[in-house]
Design a binder for this molecule. Structure first.
Ligand SMILES: Cc1cc2nc3c(=O)[nH]c(=O)nc-3n(C[C@H](O)[C@H](O)[C@H](O)COP(=O)(O)OP(=O)(O)OC[C@H]3O[C@@H](n4cnc5c(N)ncnc54)[C@H](O)[C@@H]3O)c2cc1C
Length: 447
């Protein structure tokens, strides 16, 4: 997998944004001896302390990026096996339970995920541990990118604190509000601004004991989706099953607020969830904070994830709703492909990066943009509101299985091989004097 002694790279990369995507990419590049530095806006690497689950395909990709990432993930995860007596749910992703109507509480089916089942880490613990793997010279904190200027010599990156830095290429891992995206594709910047997805939610972390009191031992310990009419609830154990992560989501076509998080009264939560069955109502009673979180997504599909010596990764390129727990996983898949391309011994000079970025775009854009769509659809499925499915249990099983199998069964190594063969072919074209061409996406899709 790794070249024994890859030739020295004649370039310096800048990663803008040190979230999960940026840090994992940096680790993958450093492992392949690629000179890289992260510029992070915050004064420390920060993640809100809520749960994060890496789906099966990304779980298979992380050791290929750097085996230490999977070691860290495995050392931090909570699984069903953390609840004594629940080991047989090891492969369960979620039990899907009816939340409304006369059948409220009925298990519709046990949705399994191979090989990992339900795994979750506290985001902050995961990022903190990854951070410890980075050498100090590989990151700069308090560096908020404002703009950049590309010259023949490279790219000058300007930060809000008045300082600047040079790099030969810039990879924007700066999240859903990406400044890199705005500067790289100004002509698409209005359309690519994140859009309200039509759902908002309430979030909490509850003590396992409180959760058991609310919904009983089994429902508290086994990750559950409560599928209701126009709304759903999700609960899963975190922190070695001492706590439970809770999200209550509702379809609401408009969000009349300038901010993403809106303080709200408990009465509004009641208005939104009083139609749900006893379990969800009991959870709602225990939610300490009624703030509403708008769910945004990149509904507009960017025409490209790269231009010249710039590329976008993770939410900066394709932010999706959280309904199938795939956003960070997509950033991991991006990082895997990009690290393998840039680490390839044929990529030595800055112009080689342009070709590598194009191959990355050709392979990663179709899949990650489709994830944005399937994620929205899965939200509708949980709310028994997806056209053609609604609350038909057989159709629901079928629709979920089809979408999730497509997401999870990816052959991550084949994805890299496909990207590499595109890159090599395009390098040959370039060396013969042809332009790197627009048939790339078709090639990537196997057309
Ligand atoms: C409620 C919720 C639950 C979710 N659950 C899951 C889940 O279970 N599984 C899953 O796979 N995904 C989940 N996601 C999605 C996941 O959180 C994101 O897809 C993931 O965090 C994206 O990582 P990223 O590195 O691309 O961006 P981010 O995590 O947003 O990181 C961007 C970084 O860039 C920095 N930055 C921003 N602007 C600048 C600038 N101008 N200059 C320098 N730095 C800058 C930020 O400070 C930040 O550190 C969930 C999302 C939500 C909202």
């Amino acid at each position: 997998m790794f070249a024994r002694r890859p030739p020295a790279k004649n370039f310096q990369l800048a990663i803008v944004g040190g979230g999960i995507g940026g840090v994992i990419l940096a680790l993958g590049l450093l492992r392949r001896n690629v000179p890289v530095r992260i510029y992070e806006a915050a004064s420390g690497f920060r993640e809100v302390g809520l749960g994060l689950s890496i789906g099966p395909a990304a779980y298979r990709a992380i050791p290929l990026i750097d085996p230490r990432i999977r070691d860290i993930y495995d050392s931090l995860i909570t699984t069903h096996a953390d609840s004594p007596g629940y080991e047989q749910y090891h492969r369960t992703w979620f039990e899907i339970v009816r939340a409304t109507g006369s059948n409220a509480g009925k298990v519709i089916f046990d949705l399994k995920a191979f090989p990992s089942g339900q795994t979750s880490v506290r985001r902050s613990d995961f990022l903190d541990s990854l951070m410890c793997l980075l050498p100090p010279e590989a990151f700069r904190l308090g560096k908020r990118l404002e703009t950049f200027r590309e010259t023949e010599d490279g790219i000058k990156v300007f930060f809000k604190d008045g300082t600047s830095a040079w790099a030969d290429a810039v990879i924007g891992c700066d999240g859903i509000h990406s400044k890199v995206r705005e500067c790289m594709l100004p002509e698409e910047s209005d359309r690519s601004a994140p859009q309200y997805s039509g759902m908002y939610g309430y979030r909490a972390v509850l003590n396992m004991m409180d959760m058991i009191e609310a919904v009983g031992e089994h429902r508290a310990r086994v990750a559950t989706i409560y599928a209701g009419q126009g709304s759903y609830a999700v609960t899963y154990p975190i922190m070695r099953a001492k706590k439970v992560n809770v999200g209550l989501f509702i379809i609401k076509p408009s969000w009349n607020c300038n901010t993403w998080v809106r303080p709200a009264e408990k009465s509004e939560m009641h208005r939104d969830f009083d139609h749900m069955g006893e379990h969800v109502k009991a959870i709602m009673e225990r939610m300490p904070d009624a703030s509403q979180w708008a769910i945004f997504e990149s509904r507009y599909q960017l025409s490209t994830y790269t231009k010249s010596r710039f590329a976008l990764l993770g939410d900066a390129a394709h932010a999706s709703t959280p309904h199938q727990g795939a956003g960070a996983g997509q950033a991991v898949e991006d990082a895997h492909v990009l690290a393998e391309l840039i680490g390839d011994p044929r990529v030595v000079q800055p112009p080689d990066l342009v070709v590598a970025f194009k191959a990355y775009d050709a392979v990663r854009r179709p899949r990650s943009q489709r994830v944005v769509t399937t994620s929205r659809e899965v939200g509708n499925l949980w709310c028994l509101s997806q056209k053609g499915v609604l609350d038909d249990e057989e159709k629901l099983k079928q629709a979920l299985t089809t979408r999730l199998r497509w997401l999870w069964d990816l052959d991550v190594e084949e994805q890299v091989n496909r990207a590499k063969s595109i890159m090599i072919e395009q390098m040959e074209r370039r060396n013969e004097g042809f332009s790197i061409d627009s048939s790339l996406s078709n090639q990537a899709l196997g057309k």
